[in-house]
Design a protein around this ligand. Structure first.
Ligand code: FE2
Ligand code: FE2
Length: 163
């Protein structure tokens, strides 16, 4: 199980960080998200195979997690290959348009996250759920918390510096 479990960074403290330090922390979130979703995908596949006839099994859970992972990877790659290098080389370019596009990515990812919340009944395992099912929802809950923190850091601290 991923163990990074990033401590929540308060926005007021994040605002005191320079761009480079803030981006370093954001990249830790990126890595943690991918690891967590890959773990969640494996667990969801195991749970779906083992409990295929359970009425509590969310429909298409592995597919939902795989779609979320794919969207998030694409989004993070756009930040890591375009936005962050431009910020870090300090050319002072106008970043309003790439930042608007990345904000749209956030909306897409958040819609998928809310679907996951609904499907899993807010990450609540059914009564008597096996250890794998419980672990799956624990990983998803950690991912959910860290994704929301990460998006806040970008939308409320990093992006406004360049938009
Ligand atoms: Fe990001
Ligand atoms: Fe982002």
């Amino acid at each position: 199980m991923p163990t990074l479990d990033l401590p929540p960074l308060e926005l007021s403290r994040a605002r005191e960080l320079d761009d480079e330090s803030l981006i370093r922390i954001i990249m830790q979130y990126h890595d943690a998200h991918v690891r967590d979703l890959m773990t969640a995908l494996e667990l969801a596949q195991a749970v779906s195979a083992r409990h295929a006839d359970s009425p509590d099994l969310p429909a298409r859970l592995p597919e939902q997690i795989a779609d979320l992972l794919e969207d998030l990877r694409g989004h993070q790659a756009r930040e890591e290959s375009v936005l962050f290098p431009v910020i870090l080389c300090g050319r002072g370019e106008t970043l309003r348009y790439p930042i608007a596009a990345l904000g749209t990515d956030h909306d897409t990812v958040q819609v998928r996250l809310e679907q996951l919340v609904r499907l899993t009944r807010d990450y609540t395992p059914p009564e008597g759920a096996c250890a794998t099912w419980r672990r799956l929802y624990d990983v998803c809950r950690k991912f959910d918390r860290e994704l929301r923190e990460h998006v806040q850091l970008e939308e409320r601290v990093l992006f406004p510096r360049f938009a």
